[in-house]
Design a protein around this ligand. Structure first.
Ligand SMILES: NC(=O)c1ccc[n+]([C@@H]2O[C@H](COP(=O)([O-])OP(=O)(O)OC[C@H]3O[C@@H](n4cnc5c(N)ncnc54)[C@H](O)[C@@H]3O)[C@@H](O)[C@H]2O)c1
Length: 273
């Protein structure tokens, strides 16, 4: 018997999919047959991912297809407009992955006592408020469609242990972990599953630019599987969790972190992960 993950006929939206982890989630959802909307604020990145997916879809392992919707989701109106555009163009929304996060431009990890009000507001906006507002608009579209769906938030392994110098980022991401329990309870009767996934440290462009070799070696050394997480590994988990194979799973945080949550408090971080 062959077990297949089949997203054919499903419409998926992935935010911040022009690079890093979001890009891989978009590619893997398309490989499983979904029609994927690639959102990013960087038009050239979004379009490159769309071209990559559509090239792959024409090849021997024919999968789904993709289109780009360029928007900066820091604006509430942009979130509602994006979700409305997905439904207008494709007639439905089945899967939504809320992936945007990390520290906003200009914010750095620092000592807890050095964080000020504008740091808190910016980091919580980027990592919790923006995701929650995306979830709201997506849930509304799924309720209107009446066919159920899956809303997946990208949280962080930093929520499973103390995160010195990244206290606000970790607290904001931890807010997502709890939000999914409330959303899953409210939306479950309508066939909508809500989950959070968390990668361990993954050397995406943003993280690679901030980590030196010593920092990478320290993470590898403190991780049970003695490795970092590859770009596609959270995507493999996400494609399963959004599929029918996972149809009874909702309201949880699930990690793809090479066991990092089992290690003790990590050494002081240079950037969130
Ligand atoms: N990389 C890691 O080690 C790691 C670990 C744990 C959690 N995470 C989480 O995974 C998610 C993805 O991380 P990544 O490392 O791939 O990030 P990344 O910075 O490499 O990519 C994020 C993408 O989102 C886009 N983006 C940012 N703000 C946006 C906005 N307002 N509107 C539209 N697009 C926007 C960027 O242009 C970029 O293409 C984040 O939520 C992050 O917190 C990452």
């Amino acid at each position: 018997m062959t077990i297949e993950i089949d997203h054919r006929g499903q419409v998926a939206l992935v935010t911040g999919a022009g690079a890093g982890i979001g890009r891989e989630i978009a590619r893997w959802l398309a490989r499983a047959g979904a029609t994927v909307v690639v959102n990013d604020l960087r038009a050239n990145h979004a379009e490159a991912v769309v071209a990559e997916i559509n090239r792959e879809a024409d090849g021997p392992a024919a999968g789904g297809s993709a289109s780009a919707m360029v928007a900066d989701l820091r604006d509430d109106d942009a979130i509602d407009a994006l979700v409305a555009a997905v439904v207008a163009e494709h007639g439905r929304l089945d899967l939504a992955v809320n992936n945007i996060g990390m520290l906003p431009r200009g914010r750095r990890p620092k000592r807890f006592v050095d964080y000020r009000g504008d740091d808190w507001r910016d980091i919580v906006d980027q990592n919790l408020t923006l995701a929650a507002l995306c979830g709201r608009a997506e849930a509304e579209a799924m309720l209107a469609g009446g066919q159920g769906g899956v809303i997946l938030f990208v949280s962080s392994g930093e929520t499973t242990r103390p995160s010195p110098f990244n206290s606000i980022y970790a607290a904001a991401k931890a807010g997502i972990n709890h939000l999914v329990t409330s959303m899953a309870t409210e939306l479950g009767p309508n066939g909508i599953r809500v989950l959070a996934v968390a990668p361990g440290t993954t050397l995406t462009e943003t993280v690679a630019a901030a980590f030196d070799d010593d920092r990478v070696a320290a993470i590898v050394e403190s991780t049970p599987l003695r490795r970092m997480v590859e770009h596609d590994e959270l995507a493999r988990l996400s494609v399963f969790l959004t599929s029918d194979l996972a149809r009874c799973i909702t309201g949880q945080l699930i990690l793809a972190d090479a066991g990092a949550h089992l290690s003790r408090t990590r050494p002081a971080n240079q950037t969130p992960g």
